[in-house]
Design a protein around this ligand. Structure first.
Ligand code: KG4
Ligand code: ZN
Length: 340
């Protein structure tokens, strides 16, 4: 395509209100994120109703800032894209309605984007030459998937969590040891001071050859350990608990994703989602990749957690295929990958 395609993208599926302008799917002209973490921290997790209200308060300013920072004029944008699922329905609706209004007023094409596809697409921004096929591990607060991306917008889910998401397990364990929300980065940091061999926590596997995950047993096992220690009147070593828990998560993620590469005969893994910024996961996957001749790609931390640049990237690859959404699409809290 000769002409540059500049997409204004909006994301509001959880607790980040974000807007970005992305050129040709890979060049970020602006990427503005207003995080609500400080508000939700007080409650120990995201409160959906509070999230929706906060999105309403800031979405206009965030979008205007994204346009200004991109040095583009609103009318020169080629399309408006927005996350329409999966996510919190009230939160999604704010971004969706706002984006529809913009697309209608500007008379621009409108594209609804799957949030998970967005996370995966963060890798196209970070790695300019990356093209499908590759295996992708999506690990966030709400999702844990292993996906085989055959082509742009074409996915085969190889494994997924049967209960908690990896990030959710991090958040729950962090809460149990008094680290606060969001727990992932805090466990990541504290683990550096702990011994990951100190306590053996289980690694769930299934009798069939399934590449699915389960983290709720691990979470219960950590909670049981804490309770037992409290009952014995012994003090827990938080750093050891954090490091041992983290090791269990990282081991299963690494093992299943490497097994998927062998199954699909693919020598490239891209990691996506908030947990992809975890330092131990990066370390262990890179080491496993070197051992198995598999290259492991990560987006920078700012592109791992929720942002709108990744939505602009995913939207571009849909746009050039001719995909357009109707202005009457609804928010889809349980939208599946590859579904429209
Ligand atoms: O992708 P994301 O921003 O939101 C969802 O779509 O869910 O992911 C947020 C999740 C939270 O559970 C957070 O604790 C986790 O990602 N997270 C981490 C790290 N940074 C964020 N988990 C482990 N280590 C990290 N460094
Ligand atoms: Zn996300």
């Amino acid at each position: 395509m000769d002409k540059d395609i500049n997409i204004l993208a909006i994301e509001s599926s959880c607790d980040e209100t974000a807007a970005a302008v992305v050129r040709n799917g890979r060049e970020v002209l602006s990427n503005i994120i207003a995080s609500q973490i400080d508000i939700h921290k007080k409650f120990g997790g995201v409160v959906p109703e509070v999230a929706s209200r906060k999105h309403i308060e800031v979405i206009n300013a965030v979008t205007q800032e994204a346009i200004e920072a991109s040095k583009m004029r609103m009318q020169d944008i080629d399309a408006v894209a927005v996350t329409y699922g999966p996510g919190l329905v009230g939160a999604l609706l704010v971004g969706l309605q706002y984006a529809k209004g913009l697309a209608y007023a500007l008379k621009k094409p409108f594209i609804g984007v799957n949030h998970i596809e967005g996370h995966i697409s963060a890798n196209f921004i970070e790695h300019k030459d990356l093209e499908p096929p590759f295996v992708c591990l999506v690990v966030s607060g709400g999702h844990t998937f292993i996906v085989y991306m055959k082509d742009y917008g074409v996915f085969e889910t190889i494994g997924e969590t049967r209960d908690d998401a990896a990030g959710e397990a991090y958040d729950k364990v962090a809460r149990a040891i008094g680290l606060g929300y969001p727990g992932g980065p805090k466990i990541d940091k504290l683990s550096k001071e702990g011994n990951e061999q100190a306590i053996y926590f289980p690694r769930a596997s299934f009798h069939d050859d399934s590449l699915d995950f389960s983290f709720s047993g691990l979470k219960s096992s950590v909670l049981n350990y804490i309770n037992k220690m409290e009952m014995k009147g012994e003090e827990i070593n938080k750093a050891d608990v954090a490091a041992s828990f983290q090791k269990s998560v990282v081991d299963v993620l690494t093992e299943n994703v490497i097994r998927t590469c062998k199954l699909k005969k693919v020598d490239r893994i891209a990691i996506a989602g908030g947990v992809a910024s975890n330092s131990r996961l990066r370390q262990e996957l890179i080491a496993a990749g070197e051992k198995n001749n598999i290259s492991v790609l990560f987006p920078s931390p700012i592109l791992c957690t929720d942002n709108a640049a990744m939505i602009g990237s995913a939207a571009y690859f849909e746009y050039i295929k001719g995909v357009r959404s109707s202005l009457d699409i609804n928010a889809m809290p349980n939208l599946k990958l590859g579904e429209r």
